[in-house]
Design a protein around this ligand. Sequence first.
Ligand SMILES: [Zn+2]
Length: 312
Amino acid sequence: MSWVFVVDPQKHPLDPVHPGRARFLLNAGHAAVFRRYPFVIILKEEKPDTMPSPLRLKIDPGAKTTGLAILNEASGQAVWAGELTHRGQRVKENMDQRRDCRRSRRQRHTRYRPRRFENRKRPEGWLPPSLESRIANVLTWVARLSRWCPLAAISQELARFDTQLLQNPEICSIEYQQGELAGYEIREYLLEKFGRTCVYCKKTNVRLQIDHQVPRSRSGSSRVSNLVTACEPCTQEKGNRTAAEFGHPEVAALAKAPVRDAAAVNTTRWALYHRLQGCGLVFETGTGGQTKWNRTQRNLPKTTGWMRAVSA
Ligand SMILES: [Zn+2]
């Protein structure tokens, strides 16, 4: 449940309150609705001076959505949670449409003009508009939330998986592959890549295992390009056969294709990390693999677990 943000008559943020308390304040006429979303109420009278307890904002940037959660630092309680839906794909489609439109116009009207794109340069730190939109969405919400509640610190999930290290096992250290955490990062990556489905029967919401599409006994490697997610019955049935022999020739190409979303997520996360450094709040980072590892070790449920687990 999300608590309600409260501001004093001078619009300075106070401790968020329970929705029941907010309802009481509104009904008794001690407060008025200040904003609908996120729901903020404004007190009509000055409150005796108390320091608001510091809150921590947790950010988990993703390709399609970004999870935001606010925790009370002292009690560890989740005060507010939300999910931002990004419009990255739509931005890309709009840009493609604009490019086509300009190309066609140039062909029709301005072919005689000397080309000028060759003396254009992209500034330092330039990102494609579809990624820029994701970062702007998050920064807007960070600014918005810090206006309505006493934020003291930010935690951000940095890289859920390092695509380069996973694609080129030669360049990474032995610890990275053998550590307990590495298995989780790869698992996370594969789950994300195949959309949490079994590649053979396309079932979702089943226990998934990592399957070598060319079996290890047939000299298949443990590289990511040979790994897929599959449910237990399919893995059993497939046995010592390759994916093609099992009747799924498309899986080989599927496993080799890099994850576009993963690249977008990684770039966005790093850019966000650099820009959030300048916002004057205490900053802390973690990775999704670590979160999941903590969560599994502590038997925490997924929905609220990731928030508590990173802070631990
Ligand atoms: Zn299956």
